[in-house]
Design a protein around this ligand. Structure first.
Ligand SMILES: C[S@@+](CC[C@H](N)C(=O)[O-])C[C@H]1O[C@@H](n2cnc3c(N)ncnc32)[C@H](O)[C@@H]1O
Length: 288
C-alpha cells in the first residue's frame, strides 16, 4: 500500500504548468515540485550544467489522481507524457519546507515562513504558512505585484482578487492601505488566507463572493491570475476601480502577451501605463 502517489509529467510547457498549478489542487493534489533536468555531456569539464527548456513536474496525491484529471491533461496538452508511481512516505512536505527560506520581497518587506526565525535585517515581516494555497512570494508574478504595490504607495483602499495565501493583501496593509479586501475562489485557500491574516495581526476583509458580485470600488485593484481568467473577468475588475484608481494585473506569460493585450480591452483614452517583466512573466498596470 502506497503512502502517496507521484504523477511525474514530462515536457511541460509554461502554459501547461500554469494550468496545472491551478487544476492539480482542484483535483486533490497535495503539492507540486519541479524536477530539474541537468544534463552535462560525459567527460566534459564544463561546470555550467545546462538546464533543459522543457520542465518535468512531480505532482503529489494522497490517493491515485482522478481519471478525469489525467484525461484533461492528455486532451489539453498531448505533448505531455506521464508516469504514476506509488511511494512510501518520506515526508516530502518537510523536505519542501526546508527549502522555503526567508527572503526580501520588496525593499523593506520580508516574507518569513511561519516555521522560521525572523532574520535580523528584516524590518517588516510577512509571516506565511502557505499550506496548499498559491502565494509563497517566490513566484515571479507575486514579486512583480508586490513591487508595484510598493511603487504605487499606500492609497485609501485595495482589492486583491485571487488572494491565495493572502500575501499581497497583508503587504497592502503593511504598506499603509487603510482598507484591504480580498477575494478567493478556492475554499481551502480562503482558510489559509484567514490564518495568515491572523498570523500577521492584519485586518483584511475576506469576501467569499465572486468579483462579479462585489459592489464597492477601490483605489487600487490587483489580480494575479492566469491571463485567460483575467480576460474573462476584465469587466468586473475594471468596474471595481474608483475613477482615477489603478488596476494592476499579473499572471501573464510573456509568450502570450499579444493575445492578452488583444483580449483585455481598454477605452481609447486609456493606455497601459506600466509593463514590467520578471523571468517569463509580465505585469501590466493602468490608471482608469
Ligand atoms: C496565481 S495565484 C495568486 C495568489 C496570490 N495573490 C499571489 O500573488 O501570490 C491565483 C489565485 O487566484 C485564485 N482564483 C482564480 N480565479 C479566480 C477568480 N475568478 N476569483 C477569485 N480568485 C480566483 C486561485 O484559486 C489562486 O489562489
Amino acid at each position: 500500500m502506497s503512502d502517496y502517489f507521484v504523477l511525474r509529467l514530462h515536457s511541460v510547457n509554461q502554459r501547461a504548468e500554469e494550468w496545472l498549478s491551478q487544476e492539480a489542487f482542484a483535483s486533490g493534489a497535495l503539492g507540486m515540485s519541479e524536477v530539474l533536468n541537468f544534463s552535462q555531456p560525459e567527460g566534459e569539464e564544463d561546470v555550467f550544467a545546462q538546464i533543459s527548456d522543457e520542465r518535468t513536474l512531480d505532482v503529489y496525491f494522497e490517493q491515485s489522481p482522478p481519471h478525469a484529471f489525467l484525461q484533461r491533461i492528455q486532451s489539453l496538452f498531448p505533448g505531455i507524457s506521464a508516469k504514476l508511481t506509488g511511494e512510501a512516505n518520506k515526508d516530502w512536505l518537510a523536505e519542501w519546507k526546508k527549502g522555503f527560506k526567508p527572503f526580501a520581497i520588496t525593499s523593506r518587506h520580508w516574507v518569513v515562513p511561519s516555521w522560521c526565525e525572523t532574520p535580523e535585517e528584516a524590518r517588516h515581516v510577512i509571516r506565511i504558512d502557505p499550506g496548499m494555497a498559491f502565494g509563497t512570494g517566490t513566484h515571479e508574478t507575486t514579486r512583480l505585484v508586490a513591487r508595484e504595490l510598493e511603487i504605487l504607495g499606500p492609497h485609501n483602499s485595495l482589492l486583491d482578487v485571487g488572494t491565495g495565501t493572502g500575501i499581497l493583501a497583508i503587504l497592502g496593509r503593511q504598506l499603509g492601505f487603510k482598507k484591504v479586501t480580498a477575494t478567493e475562489l478556492e475554499p481551502e485557500a480562503r482558510r489559509v488566507a484567514h490564518e495568515n491574516f491572523a498570523l500577521n495581526g492584519v485586518q483584511v476583509e475576506l469576501d467569499s463572493r465572486q468579483v462579479e458580485d462585489l459592489k464597492d470600488r477601490y483605489s487600487v485593484v490587483v489580480a494575479n491570475i492566469i491571463d485567460g481568467v483575467l480576460v474573462r473577468i476584465q469587466d468586473s475588475l475594471k468596474a471595481r476601480v474608483k475613477p482615477g484608481g489603478w488596476l494592476v494585473v499579473s499572471g501573464i506569460i510573456k509568450e502570450r502577451e499579444q493575445e492578452f493585450l488583444k483580449g483585455f480591452k481598454l477605452k481609447p483614452n486609456q493606455k497601459w501605463r506600466v509593463r514590467r517583466e520578471d523571468g517569463d512573466w509580465l505585469l501590466f498596470a493602468v490608471q482608469l
